[in-house]
Design a protein around this ligand. Structure first.
Ligand SMILES: [Zn+2]
Length: 318
């Protein structure tokens, strides 16, 4: 099911910085350098809709700098509403490339080429908001990596309700873990540059609600750093119900050992499994069990191949 119409992104093509689909808005006044990123995955269109909406709003920072990026445009241009999952990427997952060894290596792909082009914008960011959506119908959630500064930012935004602290995937490093984004807080305390990155899973692919969440998060992010006047934020903010946030600490990432990896039930994501030892899936015919009581299943994937993340397991921080 899909409510959202893939947006015409061509108005965002002619950016201001010499790279297609990158729009830099500079206030000329000192302040934080923020990046909002969409289309890391070509089929996750809610972020592109949110960025277009920001542009329509005429958003202009009153301090610092704001850069709006449409990342994997080549994948998006292959978007087919009848096969929405097919345009996640062209050759490689753009969100698994973020280690210097891959970026500086001699690998060649559509995604690596784009990542190398965009790398300076991410490297210069003081804070990054990366907008995604999910295959399952699931509450929105914010992935904040392992740093406390990113977790605190997620809590400062007061939304979405679920904040998930995790380390990413065996299949490759995510953008939010790239370089200084994942510098430990202890090094930041000693004076190391310590930018912050958050990955928002705004809802199910294609649902109108996901685009509302993406847009609301953009506004909250900009408001937190006081980049645009509060009056503009207040007027544009969609009605979003704020409920107390829950932090989930990911303890285990279950990576598929084979292509014959299946879940035991139709999990939606953020399911709570009360008893340790419950079978939640099978891989190579062997059961996959929860390791402790009240285990939270994060983004269980129905179809994965060997080496991809099947599900993440976490505990609610009390
Ligand atoms: Zn994604």
């Amino acid at each position: 099911m899909s409510d959202l119409v893939p947006p015409d992104i061509m108005p965002l093509r002619q950016g201001t910085v010499g790279v297609d689909f990158v729009t830099g808005l500079d206030s000329g006044v000192p302040g934080p350098n923020l990046v909002i990123n969409a289309l890391c995955h070509g089929n996750e269109i809610c972020g592109a809709i949110a960025l277009k909406r920001l542009m329509r709003l005429g958003v202009q920072p009153s301090r610092g700098r704001l850069t709006l990026i449409l990342a994997n445009v080549a994948a998006y241009q292959r978007f087919d509403p009848l096969r929405p999952l097919a345009s996640r990427y062209v050759e490689q997952d753009f969100n698994r490339l973020w280690s210097e060894s891959l970026l500086d290596g001699d690998g060649v792909s559509v995604e690596l080429q784009r990542a190398r082009m965009l790398r300076p914008f991410y490297q210069q960011a003081d804070a990054l908001l990366d907008l995604h959506s999910m295959t399952q119908f699931c509450d929105p959630l914010m992935l904040c990596g392992r740093t406390e500064r990113a977790r605190n930012l997620a809590l400062s935004l007061q939304f979405p309700r679920w904040v998930v602290a995790d380390s990413g995937h065996a299949a490759g490093r995510r953008l939010i873990d790239y370089g200084a984004f994942s510098v430990p807080d202890a090094e930041a305390a000693k004076g190391a540059a310590a930018p912050i990155a958050l990955l928002a899973e705004c809802g199910q692919h294609g649902l109108a609600a996901a685009a509302e969440v993406a847009f609301a998060l953009c506004l909250r992010f900009l408001d937190h750093f006081r980049l645009i006047p509060s009056s503009v934020i207040a007027e544009a903010m969609p009605a979003i119900a704020l409920t107390p946030q829950k932090v989930v600490i990911v303890t285990d990432v279950v990576t598929a050992q084979s292509d014959e990896c299946v879940l035991a039930a139709d999990y939606a994501g953020l399911d709570r499994v009360p008893h340790a030892g419950t079978i939640i899936g099978h891989d190579q015919g062997l059961p996959v069990r929860t390791p402790y009581d009240d285990c939270i299943l994060i983004m269980p994937a129905r179809k994965v191949r060997r080496g991809q993340t099947m599900v993440r397991l976490g505990r609610i921080l009390s």
